[in-house]
Design a protein. Structure first.
Length: 114
């Protein structure tokens, strides 16, 4: 499985972004996909995950603001980031939980600043 992430950028507080993570390769082996983030000097934090059946989970810090979804035709997972705050600034990493272990995509920078 290979993952290609995109969609980061610079946005003002209160703004929105949509991150995408496209999967290719052994798609059948994917159980769940999601996003972690890592801010400077901080540990990597699980942001959200979506199972192959569509069940979702979110970190408390993003509940009500972020929405994860998946397009099974395009083999892509999306993370809609709304009402962004400066503390959401981080590198966001998509991941896939496969039958052979965790696969990571490259990070995409999200910066929330006025």
């Amino acid at each position: 499985v290979q993952l290609q992430a995109s969609g980061g950028g610079l946005v003002q507080p209160g703004g929105s972004l949509r991150l995408s993570c496209a999967a290719s390769g052994s798609i059948f082996s994917i159980n769940a996909m999601g996003w972690y983030r890592q801010a400077p000097g901080m540990q990597r934090e699980l942001v959200s995950v979506i199972s192959s059946g569509g069940s979702t989970n979110y970190a408390d810090s993003v509940k009500g603001r972020f929405t994860i979804s998946r397009d099974n035709v395009k083999n892509t997972v999306y993370l809609q980031l709304n009402s962004l705050k400066p503390e959401d600034t981080a590198v966001y990493y998509c991941f896939a939980n496969t039958i052979r272990g965790i696969v990571w995509g490259q990070g995409t920078q999200v910066t929330v600043s006025s």
